[in-house]
Ligand binder design. Structure first.
Ligand code: 5GP
Length: 222
C-alpha cells in the first residue's frame, strides 16, 4: 500500500528522502536502493525501502515500550514513516559488543569477533567527505554540538538501547554485533532517538551468518 502523505522535499540522501509536512512533522521515505562505501557502490533493490521502514518501526516501537523516547509517529505500511522534526546532532553514536568493521581497522591487535568486556560507545562526525571520522567527547563539546551532561545522557541511552536490543536478539538466537544511532533535540530540549534502525545500521549474526548489509559490503548482489 503506497501512501498519499505529502510534504516538501528538504533532503535526499543515499538511502532516504525527507519531506517537511509542517513545523512539527517530517516524512522519511526509504529508497529501494542499497549503497555501501559512502555511496561508491549502489544497486536497486526492490522491497528494500519497505523492509528498512518496517524494521525501523518494529525496533522503535519496541524501544518505546521500554521508555526510550524516539521520533516515530506513524507508518504508511510501505516505504514512508512519519516522524517528529528535531534539531539533529551531526554525530553517529556507535555501540559495539564484538570487534568488527572499522574497529578492527583502527585496532588490529584485537581478533575479529572478540566479545568486549563491556559494550563500547564511540562517536563519529557525520561527514561523507571525511568518511565519518572517529571523534572524542572533548571534540564534541568544544565544537558546541552538545554539553557534557547531554553527552553523558546519550551514552546512557545508547547503552540501555543495547541492553534492550541484545536481549531481544538473544531470545531469537541472534547476535547483535554493533549498531549506529543518531539523536536530536525536540523543542523542549529533550534528547530523542532519530533516523533509522535496520539491517543498514546494525550488524546481526545468526549462526555466524550475517543478516544485514555486510553481505552487500562484501560484494553480494542486492
Ligand atoms: P563500522 O564503524 O564498524 O563501519 O560500523 C559500526 C556499525 O554502525 C555497523 O552496524 C554499521 O552498519 C553502522 N554504521 C556505521 N556507520 C554508518 C553509516 O554511515 N551509515 C549507516 N547506515 N550505518 C552505519
Amino acid at each position: 500500500m503506497a501512501s498519499n502523505w505529502v510534504g516538501e522535499l528538504i533532503y535526499e540522501g543515499k538511502a532516504k528522502r525527507v519531506y517537511r509536512v509542517n513545523d512539527e512533522l517530517l516524512i522519511m521515505e526509504f529508497k529501494d536502493e542499497v549503497t555501501a562505501f559512502d555511496g561508491a557502490r549502489k544497486e536497486r533493490a526492490p522491497g528494500k525501502g519497505r523492509l528498512a521502514a518496517a524494521q525501523t518501526v518494529f525496533l522503535m516501537r519496541l524501544l518505546s515500550k521500554y521508555g526510550i523516547r524516539n521520533h516515530l509517529v506513524d507508518w504508511d505500511g510501505d516505504r514512508k514513516i512519519l516522524v517528529r522534526g528535531l534539531r539533529m546532532i551531526p554525530i553517529e553514536v556507535i555501540v559495539r559488543n564484538y570487534a568488527y568493521g572499522s574497529f578492527l581497522k583502527r585496532m588490529p591487535l584485537v581478533k575479529p569477533m572478540t566479545r568486549f568486556s563491556k559494550p563500547l560507545v564511540e562517536f563519529h562526525l557525520k561527514s561523507d567527505e571525511l568518511h565519518d571520522p572517529l571523534i572524542t567527547t572533548d571534540d564534541i563539546i568544544e565544537a558546541g554540538l552538545t554539553r557534557q551532561e547531554q553527552l553523558n545522557e546519550i551514552m546512557g541511552i545508547a547503552l540501555r538501547i543495547n541492553e534492550i536490543l541484545s536481549n531481544y536478539m538473544v531470545s531469537r538466537g541472534l547476535t547483535l554485533v554493533d549498531f549506529k544511532l543518531e539523536f536530536g533535540f525536540d523543542k523542549s530540549g529533550n534528547l530523542v532517538l532519530a533516523d533509522e534502525m535496520s539491517g543498514d545500521t546494525m550488524r546481526i549474526l545468526i549462526n555466524g551468518r550475517h543478516l544485514d548489509k555486510e553481505l552487500f559490503r562484501r560484494g553480494a548482489s542486492a
